[in-house]
Design a protein. Structure first.
Lengths: 113, 111
């Protein structure tokens, strides 16, 4: 069964450092998303990406964040200068855009120290 | 008022019980409704999705949407210990817009 894969599963970084989280969406999907979940809180939308550009972003997705689809399979989230409050699970998701739900990866646990 | 509200539980039931999980929402523009299951420190796993009002059944799971009341439900029949997880409701306005999640209900099914 096709699945969304994310790497790494866990990353520890120093405050102020840049991190890149990687995702391989389901191959025939057209819409890609990043969500995050702070421990004990709800899953929150960060950004959606379609046709090689951002289609929507939340107020969380400020200038410290960027997304890229560097080739036909990968989708990345970059945090330029990490803060302690960026510590969370980050989930990549993809969908075919027909309303059938989004499929999530297993997440990257980001710990900023 | 929060956009999507979900009782966080925890909810504890004996094996074999019927479980009812619910969410309410405030945005009448939501058209697509999903239920996800999430195990600890894992990604949400899509269980059910429905469009607009009505019922949908898949094995032991039944999803119901009542748009007039802005209320959605997930029923689990013959619950099993392996159903123990956090259940998240989520909804979206159209087929590719971002999902808005509830906080999740933690369910424990006791053998």
């Amino acid at each position: 069964e096709p699945e969304v894969t994310q790497t790494p599963s866990h990353q520890v970084t120093q405050m102020g450092q840049e991190v890149i989280l990687r995702c391989v969406p389901i191959s025939n999907h057209l819409y890609f998303y990043w969500y995050r979940q702070i421990l004990g809180q709800k899953v929150e939308f960060l950004v959606s990406f379609y046709n090689n550009e951002i289609s929507e972003k939340s107020e969380i997705f400020d200038d410290q964040f960027s997304v890229e689809r560097p080739d036909g399979s990968n989708f990345t989230l970059k945090i330029r200068s990490t803060k302690l409050e960026d510590s969370a699970m980050y989930f990549c998701a993809s969908s075919g855009g027909t309303g059938d739900g989004a499929f999530f990866g297993q997440g990257t646990r980001l710990t900023v120290v | 008022q929060k956009e999507v509200e979900q009782d966080p539980g925890p909810l504890s039931v004996p094996e074999g019980a019927i479980v009812s999980l619910n969410c309410t929402y405030s945005n009448s523009a939501f058209q697509y409704f999903m239920w996800y299951r999430q195990y600890s420190r894992k990604g949400p796993e899509l269980l059910m999705y429905t469009y607009s009002s009505g019922n949908k059944e898949d094995g032991r799971f039944t999803a119901q949407v009542d748009k007039s009341s802005k209320y959605i439900s997930l029923f689990i029949r013959d619950s099993q210990p392996s159903d123990s997880a956090t259940y998240l409701c989520a909804m979206r306005v159209s087929g590719n817009t971002p999902l808005v999640f509830g906080k999740g209900t933690r369910l424990s099914v006791i053998a």
